[in-house]
Design a protein around this ligand. Structure first.
Ligand SMILES: Cc1cc2nc3c(=O)[nH]c(=O)nc-3n(C[C@H](O)[C@H](O)[C@H](O)COP(=O)(O)O)c2cc1C
Length: 186
């Protein structure tokens, strides 16, 4: 299998290929990126998420979340976010800056919820309390579920990527948008 990619076209193609694989393969290192947002009071909020869907043609990355979570409040205030991926196999770090939108209803969200609902992950979106709500000590391990779903889909449209490849002899770094490519000092 080819592991070294030379040209911007090859690298760009491979980045999207790996992102697509990561959304399908739970063992791919890029399956669980860090997703960072900016809070209204000027702080940064970063957390691990699961990469659920990738559309290379539209340039979109999607995650699922609870609509009451802080990341959703952050995005309502400022719809910008960054994904950070690292793969030890590829020796690639990828930072993806996106414009994010949050969908909580409509046919697309309904279709996804119908399938998530059947899975053990459903409980992640059925909590009676919002993520981050204070719990009494005796409640720390027992989630209270409600009938109401708080399932939300966050779609990130890629603005720019920062790609970094670590290698023993020569690190490489590039900034790329849909139309542009610039090599940077790593
Ligand atoms: C491996 C892993 C995967 C996670 N995946 C998600 C996810 O897909 N969506 C999500 O909302 N939270 C996910 N979480 C929980 C978040 O990291 C975070 O704790 C939670 O969403 C609350 O974040 P917030 O209060 O900043 O919104 C995951 C945590 C771990 C450790």
């Amino acid at each position: 299998m080819k592991t070294h990619f030379e040209t911007p076209e090859e690298i760009r193609y491979q980045i999207w290929k790996e992102l697509g694989r990561a959304s399908q393969d739970r063992h791919h290192a890029w399956r669980t990126p860090v997703f960072a947002t900016a809070s209204a009071n000027g702080f940064v909020n970063a957390r691990t998420v699961v990469l659920r869907r990738v559309d290379a043609v539209a340039g979109v990355l999607e995650i699922y979340t609870d609509r009451r979570s802080e990341k959703v409040a952050d995005l309502a205030h400022r719809p910008r976010a960054q994904f950070v991926f690292w793969s030890d196999r590829l020796h690639w770090q990828l930072r993806v800056t996106v414009t994010a939108s949050v969908a909580t209803e409509g046919p697309y969200v309904q279709t996804l919820w119908q399938s998530v609902k059947q899975s053990p992950a459903a409980r992640d979106y059925l909590g009676a309390e919002a993520p981050g709500a204070l719990l009494d000590a005796d409640r720390a391990t027992a989630a209270v579920l409600s009938d109401e779903t708080h399932f939300a889909v966050v779609s990130g449209t890629v603005i720019e990527m920062d790609w970094l490849e670590l290698a023993r002899d020569n690190h490489r770094r590039a900034k790329l948008t849909a139309e542009t490519w610039a090599w940077l000092k790593p």
